[in-house]
Design a protein. Structure first.
Length: 273
């Protein structure tokens, strides 16, 4: 699943494949960039910001430009050797192809694809909170942003990229399980909010550089998570059946015994049960 660590890893793949290379061709398969030709442009670096990918280039006129893309739930970049078969996804999902002398980068099912002057990157990512895997990571600022809406559920708040950039549904579920916090707990009622934020950063950092996402320390299939994707299976701590339910626009997994609901005021809206 493309969460912050997956996007960070993808940026490193593109960095190794293209950084310093002069492009020999490009093929955009989206209407807004269909006539764009990056032939002769030089790739300066590949970077990530939360779940956003930023491929920075120097144009023919020497002005820095950035090719921005977002993976969302199903996007991916793959790098191939020249002449190698593109086997990552079906061909109809290809959105862009970048050719260089040593590698071909293919973007599948990319979202929010845009080419902007690098000086204007903030127009695309400036709304994001601190990046859990970036040089701008700031626990205090992330906590401040979360705490600004104390009545919002912590499950929804962690997924809001304006609070902290990089947490997806997997890490949301796993962090809250490890902290013993119900996903429906209001942010203002979460004990030790800084500790919850710090754990999210540690989990993403621990998976940086590998493609198998694990919060348990186990890398084999079926053992990588505590609750995520384990509906009706026994909790690894207490044996209670893990539950799955919608929270906002996403599903959430939790153990009702290890993550009990907090006592809310009578007028508080109950979640569906």
């Amino acid at each position: 699943m493309p969460e912050g660590d997956t996007v960070w890893n993808t940026a490193r793949v593109l960095q190794r494949a293209l950084a310093g290379a002069r492009l020999t061709g490009s093929d955009f398969r989206v209407p807004q960039l269909a006539t764009t030709d990056l032939t002769g442009w030089t790739v300066r670096e590949s970077a990530s910001r939360g779940k956003h990918l930023l491929l920075r280039l120097t144009g023919i006129d020497a002005e820095p430009w950035t090719l921005h893309s977002h993976l969302r739930m199903d996007g991916a970049w793959r790098a191939y050797a020249p002449g190698e078969r593109w086997s990552g996804r079906p061909a109809h999902l290809i959105r862009v192809v970048l050719h260089s002398p040593a590698a071909v980068a293919v973007g599948y099912h990319l979202h929010e694809l845009a080419l902007v002057p690098t000086a204007e990157e903030e127009s695309l990512v400036g709304h994001l909170g601190p990046d859990l895997l970036g040089p701008d990571w700031d626990t205090d600022e992330a906590v401040r942003r979360l705490a600004a809406d104390p009545d919002r559920t912590i499950g929804e708040a962690l997924l809001d990229q304006r609070n902290l950039a990089g947490v997806g549904n997997l890490y949301k579920c796993e962090v809250l399980f490890l902290r013993g916090v119900s996903p429906w707990t209001p942010v203002g009622a979460v004990p030790d909010l800084p500790g919850t934020v710090a754990l999210a950063q540690r989990l993403l950092a621990a998976n940086r550089g590998r493609w198998t996402q694990s919060t348990t320390g186990v890398l084999h299939r079926g053992g990588t998570s505590y609750v995520y994707g384990r509906r009706a299976q026994p909790c690894r701590r207490c044996g209670t059946a893990v539950r799955k339910e919608e929270l906002g626009e996403r599903v959430t997994y939790w153990c009702p015994a290890c993550q009990p609901d907090v006592e809310l005021p009578r007028n508080a809206q109950d979640r569906p049960r």
